[in-house]
Design a protein around this ligand. Structure first.
Ligand SMILES: NC(=O)c1ccc[n+]([C@@H]2O[C@H](COP(=O)([O-])OP(=O)(O)OC[C@H]3O[C@@H](n4cnc5c(N)ncnc54)[C@H](OP(=O)(O)O)[C@@H]3O)[C@@H](O)[C@H]2O)c1
Length: 357
């Protein structure tokens, strides 16, 4: 098989779905053969159904494609990228996995399932081993792999670097999150303009639980959560894309500032995945970086940036991290997970041949 691997995007008309469409348009391994949406879009041409919000035109190969229901015929796709709302993903994703589909999900619904990998290839690729348990328990011929919440993704890169080097004991995170994180149409402009909203439903708990799972150890039965106290406070700010987080971090060892900066700078990427950035964690030395507008597109939006690294008088060190929420924090992260699944053989030998062609 030398043709590309056929894929579908579920919830393709939304904020994250559009990112998937844009990232997949020229992907070397994958080709979109089906797009899905809600009843609002079903039967319409994608170009008509999607309120396209990204720069440039809607990619030609999907513009005329008819939007399907999310549990309907997926036109020969075996790999599915899900950008469905959590309440919809709850029923649809397991049903599709049972039918044999490989589901790479952005929805929060299944992330904390004990047999469901919550995955970032640079952080915890070994957690893919949960798939054997998932198949044993559920009898699925397909599978579900999930990507973390976008804010969790932004903080877990520096935490992983520091945890490996010094052991992290405590984290206090205060986020300033972009409005695209709320999907489309999201927060009303009357509420958001000239304003900061100190509440995002469910976000703080997700950051606390997911960070511990991502940094946890693969155990016999499940992931043993990392022994880290995480306290998060989430705020919505009038920025289009890019979630910033101010972090205070307690460490088990007592490194100096140079050692902390060196540990962050030493974070390495993964090889062999086309969407993987060469430098997934960028350390900025300017006194006023990272900033959403200037830094969210680093490494095509796939790198997390960290800066303002300094000692903290409450916990040990403080810093600011930034992630592009719809790229590395959503569609780009799920795409990277799919690439890892291909390389690891979860889509079969023929798909691996596409990757190594
Ligand atoms: N935005 C982010 O930064 C971000 C980051 C990480 C994770 N996520 C997660 O990714 C998912 C998508 O988020 P989003 O921001 O893209 O939301 P969104 O802009 O509201 O898009 C939702 C998508 O789901 C479709 N949909 C809605 N109800 C449906 C139904 N009953 N059946 C089938 N499809 C349905 C919509 O189709 P129609 O357009 O046809 O209605 C649309 O394509 C959510 O689970 C979210 O929590 C988002």
């Amino acid at each position: 098989m030398n043709e590309k691997i056929p894929v579908a995007v579920l919830g393709a008309t939304g904020t994250v779905g559009q990112r998937f469409v844009s990232l997949l348009a020229d992907h070397p391994w994958f080709e979109i053969v089906s797009v899905t949406g809600s009843e609002r879009s079903e039967g319409k041409a994608y170009g008509e159904a999607a309120r396209w919000l990204l720069p440039g035109e809607i990619p030609l190969m999907v513009r005329e494609m008819h939007v399907k229901p999310s549990d309907g015929s997926l036109q020969g796709a075996r790999l599915l990228f899900s950008a469905l709302p959590a309440r919809v993903a709850e029923g649809v994703e397991p049903r599709l996995a049972a039918e044999g589909y490989i589901v790479c999900s952005n929805a929060s619904t299944h992330r904390m399932g004990t047999d469901i990998p919550l995955l970032i290839p640079e952080i915890n690729a070994d957690h893919l081993a949960l798939i054997d348990r998932q198949r044993d328990l559920r009898g699925w011929s397909g599978l579900i792999v999930t990507s973390p919440n976008c804010s969790t993704t932004g903080i877990v890169f520096p935490l992983k670097a520091l945890d490996d080097a010094f052991g992290v004991s405590q984290v206090h995170a205060v986020t300033m999150q972009a409005i695209s994180g709320a999907g489309y149409p999201g927060v009303s402009s009357m509420e958001q303009y000239d304003n900061v909203i100190p509440y995002i439903r469910g976000e703080e708990v997700k950051m606390e639980q997911e960070t511990r799972k991502l940094l946890g150890e693969l155990g016999e039965e499940a992931i043993e959560p990392a022994d880290i106290e995480v306290s998060a406070q989430a705020n919505r700010v009038p920025v289009l894309d890019g979630h910033l987080a101010a972090l205070s971090i307690g460490l088990r060892n007592a490194p100096n500032l140079n050692e902390v900066e060196a540990a962050l700078a030493a974070f390495r990427g993964v090889d062999g995945l086309p969407s993987a950035p060469a430098h997934p964690l960028i350390v900025r030395s300017e006194e006023n970086r990272p900033q959403p507008r200037l830094d969210r597109d680093a490494q095509d939006g796939m790198a997390v940036s960290v800066g303002r690294v300094q000692p903290c008088s409450v916990l040990d060190f403080r810093m600011v991290s930034l992630v592009h929420n719809t790229l590395r924090g959503a569609a780009g992260g799920a795409l990277l997970n799919a690439e890892l699944l291909v390389i690891e053989g979860y889509l079969g030998e023929a798909a691996r041949e596409v990757a190594f062609a």
